[in-house]
Design a protein around this ligand. Structure first.
Ligand SMILES: [Fe+2]
Ligand SMILES: [Fe+2]
Length: 236
C-alpha cells in the first residue's frame, strides 16, 4: 500500500536538493559533504530504528565499561573521568531519554493490548535497577583518581559487571521481541506520528541532530580510552 510520500518513513526531505520527491542513492553520492551533513537532521526514521540506534550508543558505552572492568581486573590504575562521563551519558541519554520513551510510549501500549506484559514488567524493573547501578558507578568513578582503595574497586567492579550482565540481554530482547511487536499493536498512522514525536523530543533534549552529538561525545571518550579504532577489533 502506498502512503503519502511526504509522511512516509524512510524518505528524505529533498526539495532543497533536487526539487524532486525522492533522492536516489546516486544523487546522494553526488552531494557535497555539507549537503550530506544537512541531511542527517532531515532523515525520517521509524520509532524502532530510532530506539535501536540509541541501543547502538548504549552498546558503545558498554564497551567503555568493559574496558574499565578489564583495567580493574588487571589492577591497572586509571583516571575515573572517562568512566564518569560515560555514566553521565547513560543517565542523560539512556535513562532520562531513551528509557523514558519506552516507559511513556511503548510499555503502556503493550499493557493496554495485553501483550508481552511480563516482559514489560521485567524491562521496567531493569530500568530501575539500572538507575541504581548508574548512580553507584557515577559516584565511584568520581572518586577514582588513580588510587583506588580496594573496597571501592570491588564495588565498582560489581556495579559494572551487573550493569553489563543486565543490559546486554535487556536491549537484545527489546530489539528482537518488543520493538518488532510494537509495529503490530499500533496503526501505521500512530507509528509514523510516534517516529516524528521521538525525533522532536530528541532535538528538544539534545539540540538539532542531537543523536549525532551524543555519538560524537561517546567517540571522544573511546578515543581517550584508546578503543576508537574499529580495525583494532579485527582478529589478525
Ligand atoms: Fe529498556
Ligand atoms: Fe531500550
Amino acid at each position: 500500500m502506498l502512503e503519502n510520500p511526504s509522511s512516509r518513513r524512510g524518505f528524505l526531505r529533498t526539495s532543497s536538493i533536487a526539487g524532486a520527491s525522492l533522492v536516489s542513492p546516486f544523487a546522494l553520492a553526488q552531494q557535497k559533504p555539507e549537503e550530506k551533513e544537512q541531511n542527517k537532521g532531515d532523515e525520517k526514521i521509524s520509532p524502532a530504528e530510532d530506539l535501536m540506534r540509541e541501543h547502538g550508543v548504549l552498546n558503545r558505552i558498554l564497551l567503555i565499561y568493559d574496558e574499565h572492568l578489564k583495567m580493574l581486573t588487571e589492577k591497572h590504575p586509571f583516571d575515573g573521568s572517562i568512566l564518569a562521563s560515560a555514566a553521565d551519558i547513560v543517565r542523560r541519554f539512556v535513562e532520562e531519554y531513551h528509557e523514558k520513551l519506552e516507559e511513556e510510549f511503548l510499555f503502556p501500549r503493550f499493557r493496554k493490548a495485553n501483550q508481552h506484559v511480563r516482559l514489560v514488567d521485567t524491562l521496567l524493573a531493569q530500568h530501575n535497577a539500572g538507575r541504581d547501578l548508574t548512580a553507584k558507578i557515577r559516584e565511584l568513578a568520581g572518586t577514582a583518581t588513580l588510587k583506588y582503595v580496594s573496597s571501592d574497586s570491588d564495588k565498582l567492579d560489581d556495579a559494572l559487571r551487573s550493569f553489563l550482565r543486565m543490559y546486554r540481554p535487556h536491549e537484545a530482547r527489546e530489539d528482537t521481541v518488543l520493538f518488532p511487536a510494537f509495529r503490530s499493536i499500533v496503526s501505521s498512522h500512530e507509528y509514523d506520528a510516534l517516529g516524528e514525536d521521538f525525533e522532536k523530543k530528541e532535538d528538544e533534549s539534545f539540540g538539532d541532530d542531537g543523536f549525532f552529538k551524543v555519538v560524537d561525545q561517546v567517540a571522544q571518550l573511546e578515543k581517550r580510552l584508546g578503543i576508537y579504532e574499529l580495525a583494532e577489533f579485527t582478529p589478525r
